[in-house]
Ligand binder design. Structure first.
Ligand code: HEM
Length: 337
């Protein structure tokens, strides 16, 4: 199966790649022949405990180890994203009404603006947790072998998937808490009273809008389901839990449920947008709304996953991952020899 894991420990391919990096003899050689027999054995017999054992020898245990080194990349990406999306949302939802219509919407900053930023970061991090697996799969398909080192950037990215996933979960929980707090805000209550008054003035008896009711019921339901699946993934990433699972169980949770969480989150955002996709008023200062931007990356990842699941590609990838090499590659190797 072609993909990455969320919150997981390194896969066989990753262990192999990391061991490649760690092997001094192999550092300058790119072909697979430099793998020692011991490495091959490690790869063949790798399991959760192997990975844990491998991890315990990592630099994290060193005296001069940095503070949370494996979190640097995901945290930096999350912070940069937060900054960009905050400025973007502030400009659209606070500055635009203030400058254009002299409307004071600054009260939106603490909850509403923050709650636009949180889900965008969350869903982007979730996509970034699965993207390296997709890229690695295409690379392996292109190369026709798994015995070739991934580029260093891809290797690092793959090793940070767990952190990307856990950060995504953190922002999703925050987003859920912010969302559930909406009706208890004073601004919301005043708005509700004002709407009711307007309705009485217009002599309207019923404010029920059928499609809007369905839209909200469905997107909230999808959001809750997505969060529930993400919680399972987060729990399964706890070392004591992951070591108690068999390899197959672990794979199932990290791969199948991970993509399910991504699909549910994307559907949640798409249903939230509903008919706003065709509403030109959503384009403030000619900029698209955040929901449009936030679903782009997840859709790309999901589409790539669907492509990789096509029987012709899936079969070839499975073969490559079980050690098969394309004839083109073996011919090349013969020429080099
Ligand atoms: C209990 C779970 C959840 C609830 C109750 C919930 C609720 C909401 C609400 C009320 C909105 C509209 C926000 C607004 O109008 O300002 C929204 C939007 C959104 N949610 Fe969730 N959500 C949940 C889980 C998730 C999860 C797990 C993700 C993704 C990881 C997610 C991603 C999004 C996205 C991308 C948007 C569109 C934001 C925008 O650009 O305007 N949500 N959600």
């Amino acid at each position: 199966m072609a993909d990455g894991h969320l919150y997981d420990l390194p896969s066989k391919e990753e262990i192999w790649v990391q061991q490649q990096w760690k092997t001094v003899d192999c550092r300058d050689k790119l072909n697979e022949d430099c793998r020692s027999e011991q490495e091959q054995n490690n790869l063949e017999h790798s399991s959760h405990s192997d990975v844990s054992a491998w991890s315990s020898t990592s630099p994290r245990n060193g005296r001069n180890a940095g503070l949370f080194p494996e979190w640097h990349l995901p945290l930096t990406i999350a912070l940069v994203l937060a900054l960009i999306v905050s400025i973007y949302t502030l400009a659209r939802e606070v500055l635009h009404p203030f400058l254009m219509n002299n409307k004071n919407e600054f009260y939106r900053i603490p909850v509403l603006v923050v709650n636009r930023v949180l889900p965008v970061i969350s869903i982007t991090l979730l996509s970034l947790a699965y993207m390296p697996g997709i890229i690695a799969a295409f690379l392996q398909l292109y190369r026709g072998t798994k015995y070739q080192r991934f580029p260093a950037w891809l290797n690092t990215w793959m090793l940070r998937r767990k952190q990307f996933g856990l950060l995504c979960f953190f922002f999703a929980v925050m987003h859920a808490l912010y969302s559930l707090s909406y009706p208890s805000r004073r601004s919301y209550r005043y708005k509700l009273l004002n709407w009711a008054y307007q309705q009485v003035k217009q002599q309207k008896e019923n404010a029920w809008v059928e499609h809007d009711v369905w839209r909200m019921e469905i997107y909230v339901c999808l959001g809750i389901l997505a969060l529930a699946v993400l919680s399972i993934l987060a729990i399964a990433s706890v070392p004591s839990v992951s070591t108690s699972l068999s390899w197959r169980e672990f794979q199932f949770i990290q791969r199948k449920l991970g993509y399910m969480a991504l699909l549910l989150s994307t559907l949640h955002a798409l249903v939230f947008a509903w008919n706003k996709w065709v509403d030109v008023n959503q384009f403030i200062w000619h900029t698209p709304p955040t929901f449009m931007i936030s679903v782009l990356l997840p859709i790309i990842v999901l589409l790539c996953k669907v492509i990789l699941l096509l029987p012709c590609l899936d079969k070839r990838l499975r073969k490559i991952r079980s050690g098969w090499q394309s004839s083109k590659r073996t011919q090349n190797k013969c020429v080099h020899l």
